[in-house]
Design a protein around this ligand. Structure first.
Ligand code: PLP
Length: 467
């Protein structure tokens, strides 16, 4: 751990946390930040650059949280910061349309429909050189401010389009914190072992059917029983909020076909995987046969967030024009936002997407491959049972033999090992996600110095996990 020379320590993390708890419930504005499942004092951060973050005490950490996904380029990328500064100087918010919103929508459409850049983490031997997109899934894109809004709007659209009430989701998948989507959700609810949230009416809860992931028989059974009442099916493109759990071979394709058979809308949530699992999200890997047996399907609606805002509040939903055009002002499904398409967030998104070229994805894939291999080696050397879970450039560890395929299996692991692992890494200057149920986020800014630092620390953390 080093001390950042330009930051003058003013208070300790413990003091910052104590003060925060007086004014903010639990001292945090998003639950996982409280370190509830790993214990100890959360780090209060004051700055970040490249692969590093700096806390109030002036300590630097190699960061593997990456703002939970947005920091694909690393922190404070110069092109993004410059774009934000210029946009801010022109106007912080207009409450009117700007050309930048259209430009970002066009970039998202083009990038999601193009074949992904390949890299060490996402190779395709069968890839041809033709750049024709396999299927064009995004005819329209609407910008909102958070992933929660994107999925909430997508399910409202699915219901409005079909005139049906029921929604299907999968256990352990997280789609933000709107009422319909919190049942058996991953992310913070998995971390806190919460089955759902208080404050959601029984009527709302009863309209969400929760099915086990990667289980097509369960899907068929639910569709046979309730098919004519199901308006939408929402699925993480590759689950990454209960740790990473990729879809079984052909699962998404079969789900798409079954969903269409019953006349429902398939919403593929790429808030986390979009423009991160690959340059064309998870769907791009399947559609291009980089993930085998995934071709021949496309989402009706797709949700994005995280990377497309480059660290500012920005998210989107896109998909078929006949569905998206049901949104107001064209159609009867309402969605709006004072800050939707905010010009500063849009500028950050455009700059991020422009900078995210093939070299960025090559580096991100290389870093993910290197760390995933080293993590497995370190745990194996200590005799710790583990499974490294991958989805494109995303990865996480589960402390169990054999890869978990669903939420029940994810919960059958030696999760008690993670706090010691996490704190050994933190003490040595590497900031991991403060929950075993989260993916590790690497960036293109993780240069060899940062990677080597992590490689030195992993055996120490593995030893702590074994104890
Ligand atoms: N969907 C997925 C797959 C996510 O991972 C998240 C957040 O982690 C969301 C939706 C919600 O996004 P936000 O936190 O921006 O509301």
């Amino acid at each position: 751990m080093t001390t950042h020379p330009t930051t003058k320590p003013t208070l300790t993390n413990a003091e910052a946390f104590a003060r925060a708890r007086n004014s903010i419930p639990g001292g945090v504005n998003s639950p996982v930040r409280a370190f509830g499942s790993v214990g100890g004092t959360p780090r209060f951060l004051v700055s970040a650059r490249g692969p590093y973050v700096t806390d109030v005490e002036g300590r630097d950490y190699v960061d593997l949280v990456g703002s939970w996904g947005p920091a694909l380029l690393g922190h404070t990328h110069p092109a993004v910061v410059e774009a934000v500064q210029q946009a801010a100087a022109r106007g912080l918010s207009f409450g009117a349309s700007t050309p930048g919103e259209t430009e970002l929508a066009e970039i998202i459409r083009a990038r999601y429909s193009a074949k992904p850049f390949t890299g060490p983490g996402c190779r395709s031997d069968e890839r041809d050189d033709d750049d024709t997109p396999p299927i064009r899934p995004l005819e329209r894109v609407r910008l909102v401010s958070t992933g929660t809004e994107a999925t909430m709007t997508a399910i409202r659209l699915a219901r409005g389009f079909t005139g049906r009430d029921l929604l299907v989701k999968f256990a352990g998948h997280y789609h933000g914190h709107s009422d319909s989507l919190l049942a058996e959700a991953g992310s913070g609810l998995a971390t806190l072992s919460m089955p759902g949230s208080a404050g959601i009416t029984e009527a709302t809860a009863a309209q969400t059917l929760v099915l086990p992931y990667n289980d097509l028989d369960a899907v068929r059974a639910a569709f046979a029983q309730h098919g004519d009442r199901i308006g939408g099916v929402i699925v993480e493109a590759a689950a990454a909020n209960m740790g990473v759990v990729p879809p079984s071979r052909g699962f998404n394709r079969a789900l798409s076909h079954l969903t269409h058979e019953i006349g429902a809308v398939l919403i593929v949530d790429e808030v986390l995987t979009g423009f991160r699992a690959s340059s064309a999200g998870w769907w791009g890997l399947e559609a291009s046969n980089i993930v085998p047996d995934g071709m021949g399907w496309s989402p009706d609606l797709v949700t994005f967030g995280k990377v497309i805002g480059g660290g500012l509040p920005l998210a989107a939903l896109g998909g078929r024009a006949d569905i998206l055009d049901r949104l107001a002002p064209l159609g009867p499904v309402y969605q709006a936002g004072t800050l939707s398409g905010n010009p500063v967030a849009v500028a950050a998104g455009i700059a991020t997407m422009r900078a995210a070229d093939a070299a960025v994805y090559e580096r991100v894939a290389y870093v993910a491959d290197t760390l995933a291999a080293a993590l497995s080696e370190a745990l194996a050397a200590e005799g710790v049972a583990h499974s490294i879970q991958r989805a494109g450039t995303l990865f996480s560890v589960a402390f169990r033999e054999g890869a978990p395929r669903n939420y029940d299996e994810v919960r059958q692991q030696d999760a008690f090992r993670y706090p010691a692992f996490f704190h050994a890494a933190l003490d040595a200057g590497v900031s991991l996600p403060p929950s075993v149920f989260e993916a590790w986020f690497v960036s293109a800014a993780h240069d060899d110095t940062a990677v080597n630092r992590i490689l030195e620390v992993l055996p120490v953390a593995a030893r702590a996990a074994a104890a």
